[in-house]
Design a protein around this ligand. Structure first.
Ligand code: Q9C
Ligand code: ZN
Length: 342
């Protein structure tokens, strides 16, 4: 299995994350990629390449133009406004306020395009987000070209990003971009399986009214876990997308027993949907020692999960998402890939 990875992910390295009322070093940090690369090499998965140049047209088709313009120019506007630190949203269009009219003021704009306040934007964030999208695009082409699978080692991650919002460490939805690329290549039915601990609200939102892309997510129940305001099991899709959205929330402390049961349920639905290509949003924050999550999967469980996904027999693109137990992230992510290849 080939891995695609860009050095440019390093351009996004904020110093600050608002966590538990304090600024801490962000959980989503550049070294995550180094641990995964080291483990790939350790396991002989040495086919690692840089991405092709980013294709902007598919990103423009996926995201709202004003959101992309915001991401591209936010840092300059922030500096021009005399703001001293990293871009952190602090004001939001909450209930009964204007959520469809962007302010001109940069501080107002930042909150308008944010879904949470933990994710900082810095000088290199736009370039890094584009490099991450390019990684997904290049890896998707490899699978579309006939490979059984490819690994898009995306950073920053993408599954919380909608067409018009950043947050949850995400800016551009790499998995959604890849799913759309399969559609553009003529694949009639595509499935996105999101095994990150957090609900893939961005991916769900993008495809919610679509019947051609099935979305399934196993995640910490929204009453208890970020992103809190989406991810309930009664969210089943709308209009032409009715029945093409499957949320499998699990309670605090859930271990591999219920998790694997949820995975099998998701895989059965993907099979029944008739998917011809699969995008896996590969987060490994369901791990027992993850600092911001509450499932209790152990490293060998990720091997088993990969095996089950492999038994679907679909052309599969793995897109890296979360995972914050840094010392274990390499083993856990690569275990999914190795299980798949078994
Ligand atoms: N302050 C992904 O796994 N809030 N994003 C967590 C810690 C945000 C996770 C609470 C979590 C985002 C891609
Ligand atoms: Zn996550």
């Amino acid at each position: 299995m080939r891995t695609i990875c860009s050095e440019d992910h390093r351009l996004h390295f904020p110093q600050a994350e608002l966590h538990a009322g304090q600024f801490v070093t962000p959980f989503e940090r550049p070294s995550r990629v180094e641990y995964i690369l080291a483990r790939l090499r350790e396991r002989g998965l040495n086919d690692i390449a840089a991405p092709d140049p980013v294709a902007m047209a598919p990103i423009r088709a996926l995201c709202r133009p004003d959101y992309l313009a915001f991401l591209e120019h936010a840092w300059d506007e922030w500096k021009r406004a005399g703001c001293a630190g990293e871009i952190i949203p602090a004001s939001f269009p909450a209930r009964r306020m204007n959520a469809d009219r962007a302010p001109t003021n940069i501080d107002g704009k930042v909150g308008f395009y944010a879904l949470a306040a933990e994710t900082a934007i810095t000088a290199g964030t736009w370039a890094a987000a584009l490099s991450s999208a390019a990684v997904a695009q290049t890896a998707q082409r490899i699978v579309a070209g006939g490979a059984r699978a490819a690994f898009a080692l995306c950073r920053p991650p993408g599954h919380h990003a909608t067409a018009d919002m950043f947050g949850g460490y995400c800016f551009i939805n790499n998995a959604a971009l890849a799913a759309e690329a399969f559609r553009a290549d003529g694949v009639a039915r595509v499935a996105v399986l999101d095994i990150d601990f957090h609900h893939g609200n961005g991916t769900q939102d993008i495809f919610y009214r679509r019947g051609d892309v099935f979305f399934a997510s196993i995640h910490g129940a929204p009453e208890h876990a970020f992103p809190y305001y989406l991810g309930y099991s009664d969210e089943t899709g709308e209009g032409p997308g009715e029945g093409a959205n499957l949320n499998l929330p699990l309670p605090p402390g859930a271990g591999y027993g219920p998790w694997a049961e949820a995975l099998d349920a998701a895989l059965a639905r993907i099979r029944a949907f008739g998917a011809e290509a699969l995008v896996v949003s590969l987060g490994v924050d369901a791990y027992k020692d993850d600092p911001i999550s509450f499932f209790t999967l152990d490293s060998p469980d990720f091997l088993d999960a990969g095996r089950r996904i492999g038994r679907l027999g679909l052309p599969t693109l793995f897109c890296m998402e979360g995972g914050y137990a840094i010392e274990a992230i390499g083993v856990n992510a690569v275990n999914v890939l190795e299980g798949f290849l078994d």
